[in-house]
Structure formats: structure tokens, C-alpha cells
Ligand binder design. Structure first.
Ligand SMILES: [Zn+2]
Length: 265
């Protein structure tokens, strides 16, 4: 995605220059097949870009390159789309759910609150959710923000048997049912924080957040207080357990390029 305002959004570049933002998805080889965390934009968005809405497309300017879809990247790795048995979504915003129709046979794991919010959006949420992303009837697997614990966070263990253990770590605020996804890698964890933060500086100590990111987050939130509290807890987690837990988010290209491809047994 290439919104204008690079300096405000990243702290670098010109005021009107386009920034670069990514949709950071993960593909995990588990014992039961492939697990996809978030799906970015999908083939349907490329065929019918108007379903994303004119305001979103004008402001965010998604590039909609077929080669960048999860579907194309799964094929390029030598797998079939049907090998993706599970999808785990941080939330159902349009830039995270577009690939759902490309994997119709997968179980789609998410928090119940997010599914309810997306299927019956109130007037403020109407433009963030695209009903075409679930018109095919996904195999939803709803989870409640449950009683497990993970690194001091409330958590839900969802795929204990899938090679790398996968845990939902609810991080509401951006949307009602927004969740992080923790994946065990060796002795440590990779925590995909979705849109709980947008710039790596937000979870560094001392924290840094470009002004344009702050404005964008304030506009696109369902509960600002809870969102800021969760982001602060993530910063504390990174400060206390940085060697054990690696934090990534959805849209920061710096964190996509930093990420080494982890090897799962
Ligand atoms: Zn997003």
C-alpha cells in the first residue's frame, strides 16, 4: 500500500511522497498442513478493486499485484491452495481478509467478537469490512478470549498439535475482536501483533510513533484507551522478553525485511 505522506507516516521522506506499507502474512508448515496467518488482499480484490471502496483505494493506494497475493505465493513455494488447512486472522479488516476466498477449504480461526462485528457492522465499521470476502461461506472456527495465559496475557491455545504451537493473544482496540497470534519457534515465540501497532518504534523503549500513524490509529479504532493499553503492554513485553519473543506487526515494511524465515520442525 502506498499512501501519500511519507514523512508523517514513517518519519522519513517528503510530505507528499508516497510511503510504502506491507500486508505481513505468515505461512507455517505444521503437522496438519499449512497454516496461514492473515491473508492480505486476494484475487477477488484484484478482479474487482471497487469492492475495496473508493475512499480506501484513493487514500491507501493498494498496488494489487497478483504475484503478491497469498494464493500466488503459496503456489510459488510449490504448495497447492488446498494444502492450507488453517487460516488464523488477526481481524477481518479489508486489508487482512481479502485472501479468504482463495482458500475456501481452510478452517478460519478468529475471535467471536470479531466475527460478530464484521457480519453486523455498525455505521462506523461499514467501510472497513468487505462482505465479498466471506460471501463464499468460510468454515469459521470461533474462539472466545479464554482462560489460558501466555507471557502474562490472556490467551487461547488454538492449534496445539500443529507443529509450531499457535496461540491467540487478544489485543482489542483497533477492532473489537482484534487479536495477536503467537507462534512457537524453537525456544522462543514470534508474536504477530496485526494492527496493534503500525511502526516498530511504538514498541521500542523509549517509544516513538510518527505523527501520521498516531492520527491514522485514532481514526481507525474502536476503543482508544484499550488500544493504547495493549500497545504499552507489548512495549513492556518487548523490553522484558526481547530475546524470547519477537514482535512483528502487519504493515511495517521494516519488520517484514528484518524477519528471518523461521524453521519449524
Ligand atoms: Zn491493517
Amino acid at each position: 500500500m502506498c499512501p501519500r505522506g511519507a514523512r508523517l507516516l514513517t518519519g522519513e521522506g517528503g510530505l507528499l511522497e508516497r510511503a510504502r506499507s506491507v500486508c505481513h502474512c505468515l505461512l507455517i508448515e505444521g503437522a496438519e498442513g499449512l497454516v496461514l496467518v492473515d491473508t492480505g488482499f486476494g484475487r477477488g480484490d484484484i478482479e474487482h478493486p471497487r469492492q475495496l471502496g473508493r475512499v480506501f483505494s484513493t487514500i491507501v493506494s493498494p498496488q494489487l499485484d497478483p504475484a503478491e497475493t497469498a494464493h500466488a505465493q503459496v503456489l510459488a513455494l510449490g504448495f497447492q491452495p488446498g494444502d492450507v488447512r488453517h487460516i488464523v486472522t488477526t481481524h477481518l479488516d479489508l486489508d487482512h481478509s481479502g485472501g479468504l476466498p482463495d482458500f475456501p477449504d481452510a478452517d478460519v480461526h478468529l475471535l467471536s467478537r470479531e466475527l460478530a462485528a464484521a457480519l453486523s457492522p455498525d455505521w462506523r465499521a461499514r467501510t472497513r469490512y468487505v462482505a465479498a470476502h466471506w460471501r463464499h461461506g468460510p468454515r469459521w472456527v470461533e474462539h472466545d478470549a479464554g482462560g489460558d495465559q501466555w507471557m502474562g496475557f490472556q490467551a487461547v491455545r488454538i492449534l496445539p498439535g500443529a507443529g509450531g504451537e499457535i496461540v491467540l493473544v487478544p489485543l482489542p482496540g483497533h477492532t473489537l475482536g482484534h487479536t495477536g497470534v503467537a507462534i512457537r519457534q524453537g525456544d522462543g515465540w514470534l508474536l504477530h501483533c496485526g494492527d496493534a501497532f503500525f511502526h516498530h518504534g511504538e514498541v521500542q523503549t523509549p517509544p516513538y510513533s510518527p505523527p501520521g500513524i498516531r492520527i491514522f490509529q485514532d481514526i481507525n479504532q474502536t476503543d482508544g484507551k484499550v488500544r493504547r493499553e495493549n500497545r504499552e503492554r507489548l512495549r513492556e513485553l518487548a523490553a522484558a522478553h526481547g530475546g524470547e519473543v519477537e514482535l512483528i506487526c502487519s504493515h511495517d515494511p521494516y519488520l517484514l525485511e528484518q524477519e528471518p524465515a523461521p524453521a519449524f520442525a
